[in-house]
Design a protein. Structure first.
Length: 150
């Protein structure tokens, strides 16, 4: 093998490697780029808690198994119970919750699951995808936050 031939052979090898890097890597990079775009899509949207877009993110990500009560509260109940909309008992307000708690947990579960006072308290607090157990756990969460200091 002459020196000249060897060097053309290595040049050819370099061209082949270059070809693979450009054309072999092309489609793979596009797929990776799509995946990254898909991953950053949701956080890039501006969503306010309690609005339908926030609800759809929760439903999309947590549609199987029990839901986290704090997340259900923040996504649905907070819209009213965070500030007392329509005289709803405010989260953590001991006086506002005391007469409710006095009715007993079963009564509160019933109100939250099926709605209360002509749906001033809407059924399931508008969490359509919540199971009765999810709502009970969220009522527990609200009641726990409204216990009088020992
Ligand atoms: C659209 C506003 C709204 C949303 C959303 C909402 N609530 Fe309510 N809720 C109310 C109002 C108003 C009342 C008070 C009703 C009354 O006593 O007239 C109430 C009362 C309650 C009560 C007391 C019921 C009783 O029998 O005294 C519970 C428990 C409760 N809500 C739980 C929840 C839970 C859990 C969620 C979320 C899953 C939720 N609420 C979401 C408005 C809301």
């Amino acid at each position: 093998m002459s020196r000249k031939t060897f060097s053309s052979a290595s040049r050819l090898a370099l061209i082949v490697i270059g070809f693979l890097a450009v054309f072999g890597g092309g489609p793979a990079s596009a797929a990776v780029e799509d995946e990254i775009k898909a991953r950053i899509q949701h956080p890039a949207e501006v969503c306010v808690m309690g609005t339908p877009c926030a609800a759809s993110i929760v439903l999309a990500s947590v549609n199987t198994g029990p839901k986290d009560p704090q997340m259900v509260y923040e996504t649905f109940c907070f819209a009213c119970h965070g500030s007392g909309v329509n005289n709803s008992p405010v989260y953590g307000n001991v006086e506002a919750w005391a007469p409710r708690i006095a009715k007993g947990m079963d009564a509160l579960y019933e109100s939250a699951i099926n709605g209360f006072n002509n749906n001033a308290m809407p059924a399931k607090g508008l969490c359509a995808d919540c199971s009765p157990d999810d709502i009970k756990a969220t009522v527990d969460y609200l009641v726990k936050a409204a216990q009088p200091a020992p």
